[in-house]
Design a protein around this ligand. Structure first.
Ligand code: 0RA
Length: 668
């Protein structure tokens, strides 16, 4: 049964008297009826909005607060754009309330067909996305609007008044829930429309949160510029008025965006005097576009809108604008034989440009957290098409001004290219400074403290070491073949040697006089060569290199020798490793005495399973390292090194003759 009848509604009611509740059936669940999806939505109500306001209005900051006002005025603008309203009034009170009133058709107050016993007004105000599924408007922004219900959810007090059918209705809400039914307030004559009054909830936005009169004033005025078919009336409490905010003002701008832009860029020196502006299509209908563009020396901005809703993050309509402007200027360059225009990009044309762009599309789509970016694909073509021809005409009409604009844009482009080149050169020299040898498998930590580099012989050992390492703190540099003997090399030969160059680069600290401890990229430099004579030779060549080129690195205790084993001895699950033959014999005599053993001799690090390499040689918890130190007086050491590693073979021969008697294990 529909309780609502014209007779009831026509009865005059005192606003103070408790109005009869016109319609409210018990919820389906309470009535014991089965749930439908729609019912569940209603029963769920607006609690999710209060729990996570950011999901609906992008946060709870000042922007979000002003978003509430935007939602409400956008609903009235929709009604105006649809041709049903031509006046919207905004009032800010000293009490923190804001009121938006339009002279549209008025929100429907009769029973909602899908929710028996509940008015459409109540459904609109208390359910998410409760818009009619068939779009009532030609170009509605309302769906962008998360809707009046979200504002309701986030207001501690809200009231909607509808003047419709000579009757004034009212319903009040708090925090998303009705506090009254739809009340008949009285009879009205010559009045239609919707009035919405709300107070943002301090529980959500904070006790001190307040809408900024200046900001709300500007938002209100902008609507008048964006849609010439509506008059905006502004008023605020005297205490809120200021130099920027009059207590009362009326806006009606049939001149549209051109006037808006002219006002915004007043006093800024222009590159070209004339504003390029125009429009296409009937404002408020699908495909309508309006634009105003000035090339001036101010800060430059692009203010774009879709269905009068600001699109702060741009989107498809701005893409259309960029394409049209770039193509137009390039065409003009071609026509006038200007070859330098090939380097132009849309940025060169649009920087130093103040733009207002407004487009109307049916059922627009917005993306992004605060739905500030237009994503409707058709908007690109609509804007591109509308502006392109007009721009060609505008450029052709005054060649002086157009050439000035073109030259200026080309200069910007050339400047941009120059800057980019400089930047590239800077970056190249920066990376050169930092460049690491390609074969280095660096550790991921950047601090030298605790970092280690293993210098290994050959790529296969390098592969095993890379598998065995702890990537975070251990780097691996494989050197191929024998390292140059620096003791016998000239500085030129040294400089030309790739292995040495890689090593110096990887360590990062420089050599000799230019050695800088602070630049050393690792804490421990670990020479990890095979446990055989060749390996020992390479290790001694490397030690010679450090002794000669980076003695401070040794003095400071950074150089180490790894001790990989030569043998792996197993009996069942018992495992032991031996460093050399003597060590192996000792282990066999003691730990494995009388046992049948398997003995593996590693031909090189590259043949060792990486797990064994890790456990025996690289893992700081289980390995043994030898720290390299210069024990004798440095000069004595230097003469020994020269003698053994230097260019004179006779010095080595002498050493062998002197020391041959100490040799014990000689394989012949
Ligand atoms: C739904 C349907 C109709 C109008 C509205 C909503 C409406 C909502 C707001 C919000 C602010 N001002 C508004 N004006 C209208 C169409 C009702 C009909 O067909 O009469």
């Amino acid at each position: 049964m529909d309780l609502f009848s014209p007779d009831d509604a026509a009865k005059p009611q005192s606003p103070k008297a408790p109005a009869p509740r016109l319609e409210k059936a018990p919820p389906a669940a309470a009535a014991g009826a089965s749930y439908t999806a729609a019912d569940i939505e209603v029963l769920e109500g607006l609690e999710p909005v209060r729990r996570r306001p950011g999901m609906y209005i992008g946060g709870t900051d000042a922007n979000a607060l002003h978003h509430l006002f935007a939602e409400i005025i956008d609903n009235s603008m929709d009604e105006a754009i649809a041709g049903h309203a031509n006046r919207i009034e905004v009032h800010m009170g000293a009490d923190g309330y804001i009121t938006v009133a339009d002279n549209g058709r008025g929100m429907p107050v009769e029973n909602h067909p899908k929710f028996p016993g509940r008015s459409t007004l109540e459904i609109i105000m208390t359910t998410l996305h409760a818009r009619q599924s068939t779009q009532p408007y030609e170009t509605s922004g309302g769906l962008h609007g998360v809707g009046a219900s979200v504002v309701n959810a986030l207001s501690d007090d809200m009231m909607v008044e509808v003047a419709r059918d000579q009757t004034l209705y009212r319903q009040s809400f708090s925090r998303g829930k009705p506090t009254t039914g739809v009340e008949v307030i009285g009879k009205v004559q010559n009045r239609r429309g919707t009035t919405t009054r709300f107070h943002p909830d301090p529980q959500i936005f904070g006790e001190n949160a307040a809408l900024s009169p200046a900001r709300v004033f500007k938002m209100t005025r902008a609507k008048a510029y964006l849609f010439g078919g509506v008059e905006l009336r502004w008023s605020c409490d005297e205490t809120l008025a200021s130099d920027d905010v009059p207590a009362k003002a009326t806006f009606h701008f049939p001149g549209g965006l051109k006037d808006f832009l002219a006002a915004r860029i007043e006093g800024e020196p222009r590159i070209v005097d004339e504003i390029f502006s125009g429009n296409s299509g009937k404002p408020g209908t699908h495909g309508a576009v309006e634009w105003a563009i000035s090339w001036n020396l101010g800060d430059g901005f692009v203010s774009s809108y879709c269905n009068t809703i600001p699109t702060g993050d741009g989107g498809t309509h701005e893409q259309g604008l960029r394409a049209a402007l770039l193509r137009g200027l390039r065409n003009y360059a071609e026509l006038t034989g200007n070859k330098r225009a090939a380097v132009l990009t849309a940025e060169d044309v649009l920087n130093y440009c103040s733009v207002m762009l407004s487009v109307f599309v049916r059922e627009p789509e917005f993306v992004g957290q605060t739905k500030d970016k237009l994503s409707s694909a058709e908007a690109t073509r609509i804007v591109d098409t509308a502006i392109r021809d007009a721009f060609d005409h505008w450029l052709a009409a005054s060649p002086n001004q157009s050439s000035k604009l073109l030259d200026w844009a080309v200069e910007r482009a050339e400047e941009r290219l120059r800057r980019r080149k400089e930047k590239e050169v800077d970056r190249a020299s920066a990376t050169r400074k930092l460049r690491l040898p390609g074969k280095l498998a660096d550790c991921t930590q950047s601090a030298a403290q605790g970092a280690e580099i293993f210098i290994v012989e050959g790529d296969s050992a390098g592969g095993s070491a890379k598998s065995a390492r702890n990537r975070a703190s251990q780097a691996v540099l494989p050197l191929r073949g024998k390292v140059l003997n620096v003791a016998g090399a000239t500085r030129e030969k040294l400089a030309a040697n790739q292995q040495i160059a890689d090593l110096i680069q990887a360590l990062g600290a420089g050599t000799r006089d230019r050695y800088r401890e602070d630049d050393l990229r690792y804490d421990k430099i670990i020479l990890m060569t095979d446990a055989d004579v060749d390996g020992a030779h390479i290790a001694s060549l490397l030690m010679t290199f450090f002794f000669q080129e980076m003695p401070k690195l040794i003095d400071d205790g950074h150089l180490y020798l790894a001790l990989p084993p030569l043998y792996r001895i197993t009996h069942g699950s018992k495992v032991a490793y031996a460093m050399d033959d003597a060590h192996k014999d000792l282990i066999l005599e003691t730990e494995f005495k009388g046992k049948k053993t398997d003995i593996t001799r590693f031909k090189g690090l590259g043949e060792m399973p990486y797990t064994h390499l890790r456990e025996t040689t690289m893992d700081p918890r289980t390995r043994t390292l030898l720290q390299v130190k210069v024990l004798q007086d440095r000069d004595d050491t230097k003469s020994s090194v020269d003698r053994l590693m230097g260019t004179k073979p006779e010095a080595r021969f002498e050493f062998i003759q002197e020391n041959a008697r100490y040799v014990t294990d000689l394989d012949i």
